[in-house]
Design a binder for this molecule. Structure first.
Ligand code: ADP
Ligand code: MG
Length: 452
């Protein structure tokens, strides 16, 4: 027998990683079941492996975590060494042919386990609202870790942050399969971190993130109030940043508006490139609907697409939900959908979401506080600039997030006529188009109204 026999370390490592779900059952069946321990030397563990394909998968995905775990368990720096199985002729012909085909399959694109396959640049419609963010994301995918590091993509819900972030991941995964890409929603990052403390597995946690070539963390606003996790991310950030590893983050607001968030971490997020996403205009909404329809084997007339694009201007998630609903209906009734049927069918999507707990009064109070004007001035007759702007904003927000009619709103502003309310809302809409500071103000106010 060889002087070195590290088989027990190997077995224990795989056992632990399976228990901790670092290696899922599916991954185990795919890659590990067919591995066999052969022998050890002073600093190597030699394994037999059925194909070069499996070898390349293992090397890309698992060797670093296996080797670091081996070190934790054994205290010896062991590396893995693979030997492709030498099949002899007397083996079953069937296995033979399977084995032979495998080395030729590396071209077949293996999906990344954490990324949605349909979140690609190809499926992402570029419009007025997202072209800068989309082009920056493409540049990052082509040259990760170079110019735009880190990159922060921010914007409201359903505007395509996750889609863009995962498109970066998918492109890199396809073009540079050797890179280790870690995609994670911030919420999972928090849970992983807490669990690593509870189970005293901080080293695993660190290894998982600090060995990434590409780190994609989605929805970092979820880290608000989470001091410990922020601290951990701060160190992860520094380690990856120093090693020129690409990081991309998404957030539902500009970082300056994050609450209970360590300044030093905030500063790091904004260090590289910041891009924001806006709600799409009519043309883009229409183009997105067309694109979403491409893969579905059902015909929805242009009239209907126009109808949906005209009526839903919040975000792309709502747009898709309406389309899905109408497609499902068309499939069910098996007949051409007329605009009348569509209107009926989409009623719930077209009316603005009812926020029962949000009153006009509440919005007025928040807005007057924000602009530091009195409530009675806000509702009153004064027409100085300091008052009219907050008043218009308040009306606009009420229209956006509640179901009150313009008549009802007018009544709450000193008995104004509904046309005045409409005019005020229009004023804000126009100004949003020309002044990029207004939309963020509105969004910030809406968030704080919803939070209280
Ligand atoms: P967010 O992460 O900003 O909340 P998502 O990335 O989840 O938004 O996008 C919501 C939905 O809208 C997804 O199904 C996504 O594919 C789709 N979507 C968003 N932007 C576009 C776009 N420009 N083209 C095509 N689909 C889009
Ligand atoms: Mg998202």
């Amino acid at each position: 027998m060889n002087e070195f026999d590290y088989s027990i370390f190997w077995e224990e490592t795989i056992k632990q990683l399976r228990e901790e779900k670092e290696i899922s059952d599916q991954e185990y069946n795919m890659y590990f079941q067919s591995l066999h321990y052969i022998e050890s030397t002073r600093d190597k563990i030699k394994l037999s492996i059925p194909s070069r394909f499996i070898q390349s998968q293992l090397k890309q995905r698992y060797t670093s975590i296996i080797e670091s775990r081996l070190f934790e368990i054994s205290g010896i720096e062991l590396t893995l060494d693979f030997e492709i199985e030498n099949r002899t002729k007397d083996q079953d012909k069937k296995t033979e042919s399977v084995i032979q085909r495998e080395p030729e399959t590396p071209q077949v694109y293996e999906p990344h386990p954490q990324l949605r396959e349909d979140y690609t640049f190809e499926n992402f419609v570029i419009g007025n609202n997202n072209s800068f963010a989309a082009n920056a994301s493409k540049a990052i995918a082509q040259n990760p870790g170079s110019k735009y590091n880190p990159c922060l993509i921010y914007g409201g819900v359903g505007l395509g942050k996750t889609h863009l972030m995962q498109s970066i991941g998918n492109t890199i995964h396809q073009e540079k399969p050797e890179m280790k890409i870690v995609y994670i929603p911030a919420e999972t990052f928090i849970n992983d971190f807490i669990e690593s403390i509870n189970t005293k597995k901080q080293t695993n946690f660190k290894n998982k993130y600090r060995t990434a070539d590409i780190l994609l963390i989605d929805d970092i606003h979820d880290l608000q109030d989470k001091k410990g996790t922020q601290e951990e991310l701060f160190h992860t950030f520094n380690a990856l940043y120093d090693a020129n590893k690409q990081m991309v983050f998404t957030c539902d607001r500009p970082p300056s508006e994050l609450k209970n968030f360590a300044d030093r971490l905030k500063n790091r997020f904004v260090r590289g490139l910041n891009v924001d996403l806006h709600p799409p205009n009519y043309e883009t909404r229409y183009a997105i609907l067309r694109k979403k329809l491409e893969d579905r084997n059902v015909s929805i007339s242009d009239d209907i697409l126009e109808l949906i694009s005209q009526n839903i201007n919040t975000n792309i998630r709502d747009l898709e939900a309406a389309l899905t609903s109408i497609v499902a209906y068309a499939e069910l009734v098996q007949k051409e959908i007329t605009p009348e049927i569509a209107k009926q069918q989409l009623k719930q999507f077209f009316s603005s979401p009812i926020q029962t707990n949000i009153t006009i009064d509440k919005i007025q109070k928040q807005v007057s506080e924000y602009f530091n004007v009195t409530l009675s001035d806000l509702k009153g007759k004064k027409r100085t600039k300091q008052i009219t702007f907050p008043r218009q904003i308040a009306m606009y927000i009420i229209r956006e997030i509640t179901d009150f009619s313009t008549t009802e709103i007018g009544l709450e502003f000193g008995g104004r006529d509904h046309t005045t309310v409409m005019h005020s809302c229009q004023r804000i809409e126009d100004r949003i188009k020309t002044d990029s500071t207004i939309e963020p103000t509105v969004q910030e106010l809406i968030r704080s109204i919803k939070e209280t």
